[in-house]
Design a protein around this ligand. Sequence first.
Ligand SMILES: [Zn+2]
Ligand SMILES: [Zn+2]
Length: 186
Amino acid sequence: MFRIHIGSITEQGLNLDQREDAAALPLLAAVAGDGVVSFIRPIHVHIHATLAGETVMISGRAGSEVRMPCGRCLEPFDMKIQTDFSGTAVPEDPCAIDPAAEDDIELTADDMDVIVYSGDSIDLADEIAQQIIMALPFRPLCRDSCKGLCNRCGANLNQTSCQCQRQDESSPFAVLKAHTFPKKQE
Ligand SMILES: [Zn+2]
Ligand SMILES: [Zn+2]
């Protein structure tokens, strides 16, 4: 699953087309586990990899379709997500790395675009899962024109109109106006 075998990268490079259920990727399973976002299609990945010595240059595209609640009206809706990524994979093997250069690699290994691999294959599962997570909208909208919920009665204003006075909602003093203060008894 989302793994590149170094030995299969030819001079022309390697093209991979892979699918994996989100549940099989621990980071995405964790995201889906809170019940807010669900992946309704497998994660689909195209990867192109080329080799330069022991360094592997990777570029690709990952996509899926998710169901998540609208940030305004809270209704679940389906949305395609797609993200392009690129990175460089370097071997972990300390023998292959100049000790002076090793520090530099450790510093940059936290960057999204440097992947450290060991052995004869590169595991891209976490990398791809992170790309998918970053492609999720911070404030998803079911449509740009979503009217959201009435902040007084909670009605979904896409489906119905309520009796609340809409113009009052824009005023910060609306709450005060609606409130009847008890009269002091003398
Ligand atoms: Zn909405
Ligand atoms: Zn209302």
